[in-house]
Design a protein around this ligand. Sequence first.
Ligand code: ATP
Length: 256
Amino acid sequence: MNLVTLRDVSVAYDGYEALRHVDLEIADLDFLGVIGPNGGGKTTLVKAILGTVPHTGELTLAPELFRGKERLIGYMPQISDFDRAFPISVLEVVLSGLQGRRGFSSRYTKEDRARAMELLAASGIADTARSPIGEVSGGQMQRALLARAVISDPKLLILDEPANFVDNKFEKELYRTLHELNARMAIVMVSHDIGTITSVVKEIVCVNRQVHRHRSNILTEEQLRNYDCPIQLVSHGHIPHTVLEHHPGDCCRNHE
Ligand SMILES: Nc1ncnc2c1ncn2[C@@H]1O[C@H](COP(=O)(O)OP(=O)(O)OP(=O)(O)O)[C@@H](O)[C@H]1O
């Protein structure tokens, strides 16, 4: 069952077309790794799915993605996009993942708080619950942002560069957690580094203004060349490793 369907979706910023004619389906229990060069449009693709950027074309969210008015999409932003100066505690950050259900002004229930504490405890940062979010470490903040993204028990979890600026310990922990979560929700994870995510995700989606889905989590150099992907490969066995930061051409043409 498709949870999200994009048909001929394009996104432009002040006339600059960041995404062009995108067709993509995200099915239940998919685990997609979204890769591509800097500025290729990965975050824009995420924003298009979340409906936070104007687009042309058709974006369809399946009824299964809603519980009443609540949209069952969890989102973990890039840590650099999160405002550290926001004057709330770690616990409140996690609880804010329920705002889709309760609205800004409603109060959280005892059960909500217990659930948030449970998630913080599971990620080993229960002792930071009362700390201002601006005062915790990057790794602790990312654990809190992940807890915030999953507290509503979403059907689709979207993570934008979740392993940026963190220690290896969080990264390993994160991938183990995502593997478990994928048993009950679809996951879309943006990453610069195909080498790291390739063993974690089920399929790769390459974004450079255009979008191509590879029906595998392992890409060969030849496949990438065929799609004009702007990726330099440093082989680890059969696993491609490095994503170039810049390429003048379009990646992953669909060869229509
Ligand atoms: N709000 C905006 N206004 C104008 N241009 C924008 C805006 N947001 C993104 N862009 C441009 O759109 C293109 C795609 O940006 P986007 O952030 O989606 O790429 P990305 O692949 O996520 O990049 P990165 O890997 O650096 O995070 C870039 O050229 C960027 O400069």
